[in-house]
Design a protein around this ligand. Structure first.
Ligand SMILES: [Mg+2]
Length: 233
């Protein structure tokens, strides 16, 4: 079997964390900038946490210099507020995820990682109630870079450090529920697997021309085939 690095998005893909994200973000933005910005109209899916803060504060009319000066403290306050809210009953695994991750983790040809806009400590706190952290030894996070397109090379480098293997091209699989998950690895020629289990419609994901597209991962065999590219290389 061809070795593959399989990188999972978190929100809308592995799990749902409900509205606690917005609650913690609204509190941190109000405390730091005095406004939440246009939270009700802003599209959060697929964006990194620092990108979300910048987008909302630009939407509130703030200059980038002001945003840059307070971005770090805002994210710190957000994480401190969010982590205690990420208790077991706030986190729901997406359909088929526990079985799918278990299957992939048991496949000798697969190296698993995370690729998410979450700050790393928030990502770990979300995975903890589902006991998924043990399957994701490394990842690339919103705390590594504001631009999601910068995250795949970081994940590939961490995979090399963890395994000694250089993953490239279609040997890298990015799994996510947003158009930005599909787009972020295009420059590296990765395999993109989109799943319509988040807030983005199947039609909108399809328009991004992912290598595979599923409604959800409840059919674990279909999910394995989509991710490993069986039958399509
Ligand atoms: Mg997502």
């Amino acid at each position: 079997m061809t070795p593959r690095l399989v990188l999972f998005d978190i929100d809308g893909t592995l799990l749902s964390a409900g509205r606690v994200f917005r609650e913690a973000l609204a509190e941190a933005l109000t405390a730091t900038f005095g406004t939440t910005g246009p939270m009700e109209s802003y599209e959060f899916s697929g964006r990194t946490d620092p990108e979300i803060v910048r987008g909302l504060m630009r939407g509130a009319g703030l200059e980038d210099a002001v945003i840059d000066a307070r971005l770090g403290p805002a994210l710190e306050r957000f994480a401190i507020g969010l982590v205690p809210l990420l208790v077991a009953n706030a986190i729901r695994a997406k359909p088929g995820i526990p079985a799918l991750v278990g299957r992939l983790a048991g496949d000798q040809s697969v190296t698993l990682g995370l690729l998410t806009g979450n700050l790393e400590r928030c990502a770990r706190a979300k995975l903890d109630p589902l006991a998924l952290n043990a399957h994701f030894a490394f990842g690339a996070f919103g705390s590594d870079h504001e631009d999601r397109r910068a995250l795949p090379p970081i994940a590939v480098e961490r995979a090399f450090r963890a395994t000694g293997r250089r993953f490239a091209g279609k040997g890298v699989v990015i799994v996510g529920d947003s158009i930005y998950d599909v787009r972020c690895g295009q420059g590296l020629g990765v395999r993109a697997v989109a799943v319509a289990s988040g807030t983005t419609s199947r039609e909108r994901l399809s328009a991004e021309c992912p290598d595979a597209l599923l409604d959800d991962f409840s059919d674990v065999e279909a999910a394995m085939a989509a991710i490993l590219g069986n039958g399509t290389g």
